[in-house]
Design a binder for this molecule. Structure first.
Ligand code: ATP
Ligand code: MG
Length: 424
């Protein structure tokens, strides 16, 4: 899930070059894991992982201290930095993970053969090795067949594998949904029995998985799987359906998310939390340690939907009441949500179309510079304090609604309006 590199062709060439150089130094080496899966599916891998028999210090010798990072050396992982635009490649020494004790980290690693290295990987489709020069695939886990049949299956005994690392439950859902695959029956049964452990995964890792699910293909399916398996109730209890009757609501939300033009975690949470109590989304955002920006977007989109879909036609309201929604940075996302809701029959297509049109108007028209600032009001004699903020708001509304258009009018209104109730 690392960041995409700048140039796919350069990244690929570099990743093949890394294999060549380790081989030339006498070490069995392959591409491994997700990049092999993606290659075989005809997709461009997001990043390349190399697996090798060479121990970490040899990997550093081959590529030099300056072109390598040893951050993951304790787990046998050396990062090799590519030339400009080629990104970087993680080179991992074939390893077996020693006992997991906490559902998160192996107690240590032992270096081993490629065959054994495959066994520590999560799913058969992620357990393949590829020789990038010849195209030869080394499959010790039946991954090729599962890839062809579209099955996500744990390597080994599912309950043990999910028990070692609880994050794998989320990864299972993510890969199943993204590739449009089926989750193998035994793996799914184990997952459903073990969902209660999912909450022990660190919030950052949960959020990263949810971000990946929410922003990619298959996102509607990912939401359905989260709900069907019981993961939603563990990870997002504030918005997950507690009763059978509420499940339709979640499914409808999944349909809306699937209908979005572009999607991310804030949009997804805003849609899931539409009917939930007001404190539901703030609690989720805090627990998952979402960024301030993500939190603001999540709450803003939910509030925007509520404000624009409350029944009366927003186009008929005073412009000053709807303008704040149009002027927001994330207004295009809100428009997307309104359109997706309308597409599944929730909310009015006319409102969605109207709001979308507003978001494409020129910025100066939608959000003209204010006629005056707080310091202008102080200079005009409005005493410092709450009055200033209230007056500014009142004047802004008058400006947006076309009732005033000059500084002088604004000052006159500010002074005339003093002492009245806010909003009066
Ligand atoms: P993505 O497309 O999200 O990058 P990926 O399969 O490449 O998918 P990574 O997180 O990049 O996933 O991991 C690379 C490989 O490392 C995986 O394909 C898998 O073989 C192994 N792996 C990653 N995470 C785990 C895990 N939690 N348990 C076991 N193996 C894992
Ligand atoms: Mg990867």
């Amino acid at each position: 899930m690392s960041a995409p590199h700048n140039d796919p062709a350069a990244a690929r060439a570099f990743a093949a070059d890394v294999v060549d150089r380790l081989r030339a130094a006498g070490h069995e080496t392959y591409w491994a894991g997700g990049c092999v899966r993606d290659e075989l599916l005809g997709r461009v891998p997001a990043d390349y992982d190399v697996a090798t028999a060479a121990p970490p210090h040899i990997v550093r010798d081959v590529f030099g201290q300056r072109r390598t990072l040893a951050v993951g050396a304790a787990f046998g992982v050396i990062t090799v930095l590519g030339p400009r635009g080629a990104g970087q490649v993680e080179v991992a020494t074939f390893r077996a993970d020693r006992d997991y004790t906490d559902g998160r980290h192996p107690a240590g690693v032992t270096f081993c053969s490629a065959r054994e290295d495959a066994q520590r990987r999560d799913f058969t489709i992620n357990g393949l090795f590829l020789d990038p020069r010849t195209g030869a695939v080394h499959d010790f886990v039946g991954g090729r067949e599962d890839l062809a049949r579209g099955i996500v299956r744990c390597i080994g005994v599912p309950a043990l594998r999910f028990g070692e690392d609880h994050l794998r439950m989320l990864r299972a859902v993510r890969f199943t949904a993204f590739f449009g695959f089926t989750l193998d029956r035994e793996s799914r049964q184990a997952l459903e029995r073990m969902v209660h452990l999912a909450g022990t995964v660190s919030p950052e890792r949960i959020a990263a998985e949810l971000r990946a699910m929410a922003s990619r293909a298959g996102r509607g399916r990912a939401l359905e799987l989260l709900e069907e398996t019981g993961l939603a109730r563990e990870l997002l209890p504030e918005v997950a359906p507690a009763h059978e009757v509420d499940r339709n609501c979640w499914r409808e939300a999944a349909g809306i998310v699937a209908a979005l033009d572009g999607s991310d975690l804030p949009m997804t949470l805003a849609i899931l939390g539409e009917q939930a109590p007001d404190d539901a989304l703030p609690r989720i955002a805090a627990r998952l340690r979402l960024s301030n920006r993500e939190t603001t977007q999540t709450l803003g989109i939910r509030a925007g939907v509520a404000a624009l879909c409350r029944g009366d036609d927003p186009a008929a309201r005073p412009w000053s009441q709807v303008q704040p929604w149009v002027a927001r940075d994330d207004a295009p996302l809100l428009a997307d949500v309104l359109r997706a809701r309308a597409a599944v029959g929730r909310g009015s297509p006319e409102v969605a179309a109207w709001f979308t049109a507003q978001t494409t108007r020129p910025r100066v028209e939608v959000d003209p510079p204010p006629l005056l600032s707080g310091s202008d009001l102080l200079a005009a004699g409005v005493p410092a304090g709450r009055d200033v903020g209230a007056a500014l708001q009142r004047i802004r509304a008058l400006q947006l609604d076309g009732a005033i258009s000059t500084r002088e009018q604004a000052i006159a209104r500010a002074l005339a309006g003093r002492g009245r109730q806010p909003g009066g």
